[in-house]
Write a protein that binds this ligand. Structure first.
Ligand code: ZZB
Length: 260
C-alpha cells in the first residue's frame, strides 16, 4: 500500500502533553503529527486529525530539529525507507498515548483552515495500519464525517471543546452520484447513525473511493476543474515539493507476519 505521509506541525501542545514532554525536546524542535493518506487531493478539506485515545505513540527524532509523532511500528517501517538518516534506526525521545495529545493545535498543509486544526480522538483508529494518525476530511471520508458528528454531539463525554469538531466542512470534490459533499450524502443515504456502524461505513468508504476517483472533479485549489484521477498525483507532488509530505509504503501483511 503506497501512502502519502503528511507533516502537520505542532503549534501548541495541551498541558497533558507538555508535562510528559518537559525536557525531552530541544527548544527549537519542530514536531509533526504524521498521518498516512490515500487521498492527498482531499487535503484542502482537513478539519482535524485523529489519534486512537488508547493507542501508544512515540515521538521520534528525524533530524536535529525535526521530530515525528506516530506509532512505533510506522517509525520502524520508515527507518527502512530512508526517512530517518540511519538505516533501521528510529530514535524515540518520548512515549505517549493518544489521549495525552487530544487538543493539540496543528497546522494542516493546504487546508482552508489556516488557523490550524485540533487533534481529536477516534475510537476506530487501527494501530496496525498506516501511522495510526489519521487526518480528517469529513467532506469525503464517511468515517470522518460520522466521527466528527459524534464528537460534536458528545463533546463533554469526549473531553473536548465542541467547536474543535465543528470546523466548517467545505466542498472539495463533486461527483455525479453524491454532489459536492460525498461523505455526508453517503452517511445519509445508508442511514449511518454512528462511527460504530462499521459494516455500513465500510460500504460507504468503498463507494466514496470509487465515485471520487473515477468520476470526481476538483472544486478547489490549484487543480480546480481537473478530474480527481489526474489531480491526485499532482496534489501529492505539490505537497512533496513543498516539504509537507513524503511517500510511505506499508509492507503487506505477509511480509509483516514473516518478519515477526
Ligand atoms: C484522508 C482521507 C480523505 C482518507 C478521504 C480517506 C478518504 P484503507 O482504504 O482502508 O487503506 N486511515 C489511515 N490509517 C488509518 C488507521 N490506522 N486507522 C483507521 N483509518 C486509517 O484506508 C486508508 C484511509 O483510511 C486513509 O486515507 C485514512 O483516511 C484512513 F476523503 O486520509 B484517508 C473514502 C475514503 N476517503
Amino acid at each position: 500500500q503506497e501512502y502519502t505521509a503528511l507533516k502537520l506541525k505542532v503549534k501548541e501542545w495541551p498541558e497533558s502533553a507538555q508535562k510528559i514532554l518537559e525536557g525531552k525536546l530541544p527548544k527549537d524542535a519542530n514536531v509533526y503529527f504524521v498521518p498516512a493518506t490515500l487521498r492527498p487531493e482531499t487535503m484542502y478539506g482537513q478539519t482535524c486529525c485523529f489519534v486512537g485515545p488508547k493507542i501508544k505513540y512515540g515521538i521520534f527524532k528525524v533530524s536535529d530539529n525535526e521530530y515525528f509523532f506516530l506509532s512505533q511500528r510506522a517509525a520502524r517501517n520508515m527507518s527502512f525507507q530512508n526517512i530517518f538518516p540511519e538505516w533501521g534506526v528510529f530514535p524515540q525521545v518520548a512515549e505517549l498515548i493518544g489521549s495525552d495529545v487530544v487538543g493539540t493545535l496543528i497546522n494542516a498543509p493546504l487546508s482552508v483552515h489556516t488557523e490550524g486544526v485540533r487533534i481529536l480522538p477516534m475510537e476506530t483508529v487501527k494501530d496496525t495500519k498506516g501511522t495510526a494518525v489519521v487526518t480528517s476530511v469529513p467532506s469525503d471520508s464517511p468515517d470522518d464525517y460520522a466521527t466528527v458528528t459524534d464528537l460534536a454531539k458528545k463533546a463533554d463525554y469526549y473531553g473536548i471543546k465542541k467547536e474543535w469538531a465543528e470546523l466548517e466542512i467545505i466542498p472539495i470534490i463533486s461527483t455525479p452520484a453524491y454532489g459536492n459533499l460525498t461523505a455526508p450524502a453517503l452517511v445519509k443515504e445508508l442511514k449511518i447513525q454512528s462511527p460504530k456502524d462499521t459494516k455500513k461505513l465500510e460500504e460507504a468508504k468503498e463507494k466514496a473511493y470509487k465515485e471520487g476517483f473515477y468520476k470526481g472533479t476538483m472544486l478547489i485549489g490549484e487543480f480546480k476543474g481537473k478530474p480527481v484521477e489526474e489531480a491526485k498525483a499532482l496534489v501529492r507532488q505539490v505537497l512533496i515539493d513543498s516539504g509537507d509530505a513524503f511517500n510511505y509504503a506499508e509492507p503487506d501483511g505477509l511480509v509483516m507476519s514473516r518478519s515477526g
